[in-house]
Design a protein around this ligand. Structure first.
Ligand SMILES: Cc1ncc(COP(=O)(O)O)c(C=O)c1O
Length: 377
C-alpha cells in the first residue's frame, strides 16, 4: 500500500490520560468493527466463522465473537481451549493442532465432557493413539484431516495422500472424520499480487479433496480454510464451508502489505514512553522484545509501526529498550512523550502481556485478563 498518511492515523488513547507504560491497549470500537465485518463477510458467503483465538487469548473477546455469530472457535492448544470453555462461553472447539502424547489425550477426554471438540489430524500415528483412547472410553471423536495446500507445515498432500489417510482413519474405532482443514498461510506471505490466486488454488484443492473423500464413501461435511490475509478469497470458493481467521480481530503491521488494512483498523497497540533521547536522530522507548516480540514484518521496516510517524523506524529492540531512528526535524520524541506502536505480529505480542486495557473514545474503561496467555500445552 502507499504509506498511510497522518490524517488516517488516529491515536486510540487521549494524550491527557495517565497510563503506566508499556501497556497493551485495545480500542473497543475498532475491535467491534473488525469482529462485525468478518462475521458479515462469512454470513454473506454462507460460510461458518470459527475464529482462531490464539490471537487474543482473552475470554471476553471469545464471547464477543460468539455473540456476533461465530459457529465455534479454533484453538491451537488444549490449554487455550480449556480456558475458553471454562471462561469464554465456548462449547464447540476445533483443536487445529496435532494431539500427541498421553497427558494430552487425558485432557482431551476431560474437555470432551464439557464441549464438542474436533481435532485436526495428519498422521496415522496420532490417529491410532486417539482411536485407542476413544474406544477404551467408549467415546467418538470428530476429526478434520489436515491438508497441506502449500504452506508446507503439517498436513497430508491434497488428493490421493489425504484420501488414503482419511480412509485409514475412518477404519479406526472411535474416530469420525467429518471434515478437511487447511491453513493457507502461504497465501499471506506470497507477493501481494499473488495472494488471491494462491488462496483460490488452496480452496479448490480442498474442495476437490473433500469430493474425492465423499466419492470414496466418507461423509465429509466440512471444508475448513483459514488465515486473515486470505480471508477475502478462500472462503468464496464454492464448496468451502468454514473459515478460521484469527489475526483480523486486532490486525497488525503485517497486514498493511496487502493494502486493505491500515493503522486505523489496528485495534491493539503498545503504548510506550520515550525514556531517553541520546541523540537528535535517536530516541529510546520503553517497549522492547518483552513487549513487542521479535517477529519481522514485510510491510514496514523495524519492530513495529509508530502511529502517526511512518518515518520513525523502531530499528532495534533489546529486552526493555526500543531504539527509534528519527527523521530530521522530528519534534515529538521528547523524554516523557508517549507513542502508540502497532506490533509487527500481534499474536506473540499479546502472549507477552497479562492484561489488555480496553479503551473507549480515548479513555480506558476496563482491563481484561489475557487468561490463556502462556497456555502453550
Ligand atoms: C491452523 C490455523 N488456522 C487459522 C489460523 C489463523 O490465521 P491468521 O493468523 O492469519 O488469522 C492460523 C494461524 O496461525 C492457524 O495456524
Amino acid at each position: 500500500m502507499t504509506a498511510p498518511t497522518l490524517a488516517t492515523e488516529r491515536r486510540i488513547v487521549d494524550e491527557g490520560i495517565v497510563l503506566d507504560t508499556p501497556v497493551m491497549v485495545v480500542d473497543e470500537s475498532i475491535l467491534h468493527q473488525n469482529i462485525a465485518e468478518m462475521q458479515s463477510f462469512a454470513n454473506s458467503h454462507a460460510v461458518a466463522l470459527r475464529p482462531h483465538i490464539k490471537t487474543h487469548k482473552t475470554p471476553q473477546i471469545t464471547r464477543l465473537q460468539l455473540q456476533a455469530g461465530a459457529a465455534g472457535i479454533t484453538c491451537a492448544k488444549l490449554g487455550e481451549a480449556e480456558v475458553m470453555v471454562a471462561q469464554g462461553g465456548a462449547d464447540d472447539v476445533l483443536l487445529a493442532y496435532p494431539i500427541v502424547g498421553e497427558p494430552k489425550i487425558h485432557r482431551l477426554l476431560a474437555l470432551m465432557e464439557r464441549a464438542h471438540v474436533i481435532v485436526a489430524v495428519d498422521t496415522r500415528e496420532a490417529a491410532a493413539a486417539l482411536s485407542e483412547a476413544m474406544a477404551a472410553n467408549e467415546r467418538v471423536l470428530d476429526l478434520y484431516v489436515e491438508v497441506n495446500t502449500g504452506q508446507n507445515r503439517a498436513g497430508a498432500r491434497p488428493g490421493d495422500e489425504a484420501l488414503a489417510l482419511a480412509l485409514d482413519i475412518a477404519r479406526m474405532p472411535g474416530l469420525n472424520p467429518i471434515g478437511v482443514m487447511t491453513h493457507e498461510g502461504h497465501a499471506g506471505s506470497s507477493a501481494p499480487d499473488a495472494i488471491e490466486r494462491t488462496a483460490l488454488a488452496a480452496g479448490r484443492a480442498m474442495v476437490e479433496t473433500a469430493e474425492a473423500m465423499r466419492g470414496a464413501g466418507l461423509p465429509i461435511r466440512v471444508v475448513s480454510v483459514g488465515s486473515t490475509p486470505s480471508s477475502p478469497y478462500t472462503p468464496t470458493v464454492p464448496g468451502v464451508t468454514e473459515m478460521r481467521p484469527g489475526t483480523y480481530v486486532f490486525n497488525d503491521n503485517n497486514a498493511f502489505r496487502h493494502g486493505r488494512i491500515g493503522p486505523d483498523r489496528c485495534a491493539a497497540r503498545i503504548v510506550a514512553t520515550v525514556v531517553s533521547r541520546p541523540a537528535p536522530d535517536r530516541a529510546i522507548v520503553d517497549a522492547g522484545s518483552k513487549a513487542l516480540a521479535y517477529d519481522p514484518s514485510p510491510s514496514h521496516a523495524g519492530h513495529g509501526y509508530i502511529v502517526g510517524h511512518p518515518d520513525a523506524i523502531l530499528s532495534r529492540i533489546s529486552e526493555e529498550h526500543g531504539v527509534v531512528l528519527l527523521p530530521e526535524g522530528e519534534a515529538e520524541f521528547a523524554v516523557g512523550d508517549r507513542h502508540e506502536i502497532i506490533p509487527n505480529h500481534v499474536c506473540p505480542a499479546i502472549n507477552l502481556t497479562d492484561e489488555l486495557t480496553v479503551v473507549r473514545d480515548g479513555r480506558p474503561i476496563d482491563v481484561w485478563r489475557v487468561a490463556a496467555r502462556g497456555m502453550v500445552r
